[in-house]
Design a protein around this ligand. Sequence first.
Ligand code: ZN
Ligand code: ZN
Length: 263
Amino acid sequence: MQHNKICSTCGTHYTEIPADGICTICKDDRQYLPEGGQKWTTPAELDKHHGVRISKVGENIYELVVIPKFAISQRALLVLSAEGNILWDCVPLLNEPAIEFIRSKGGLKAIAFSHPHYYSNMNDWAAAFDCPVYIHRSDQQWIVNHGPNIRLWSGEEEHLWEGIRIINIGGHFPGSSILHVPNLSALGTIFSGDTIHLSPSMRHLSVMYSYPNQIPLPRTEMKRIKKRFENIQFDALYGVYGYQNLTVGAREVLHESLERYLV
Ligand SMILES: [Zn+2]
Ligand SMILES: [Zn+2]
């Protein structure tokens, strides 16, 4: 067995790589293996050639991105709140400058995930900040490293503090979720991960079984998801990539986007 490997395609850290040598996450239809097959790197190699860029994207919202681009190249979003900060999703590199920055903002009270593509080295992040990691129970089969901080939650919503909720939407993965923070904008802000995906035009939100492989969801799922959002109020949305900051009218964009599937 080899230890402490990182899948170069999705950024998932493994303490033991699977018996067939292929990343569990990338073998699934929602991810992919690159041309030439599975590639691995190590935490030391990643740290040697990459850093974590931290930028403010809104009042009390910071994004963390690994630079230069690595694996899926998602951002993690740091949400500051009086009763405790939340890291929404993870990036696969945790280094001292990132730890120091987050500590300077008060540390983390929780890490919460949209879905398995961003689990990265979540146990390292949780250990550094001594905080729980919220993962929806429906996705527990995709946890390749079980750690003591992982807290599986069930049902439709998990209430944190100050009215902040993790809301299960499903679709992309059964456990796919969003984070809803009521006090960052007039009607509420959602952090969407891949649960809903904002297009470069900023005028369309898609919900897909697989984004890289362009596998749509059944129409029944699109209907269910549309209904699921009926009672969720928000006007701002932050997605997984740096351009995905929609600070006005996000709910209308989602409504119009989902309407297209129902004609
Ligand atoms: Zn992978
Ligand atoms: Zn995904």
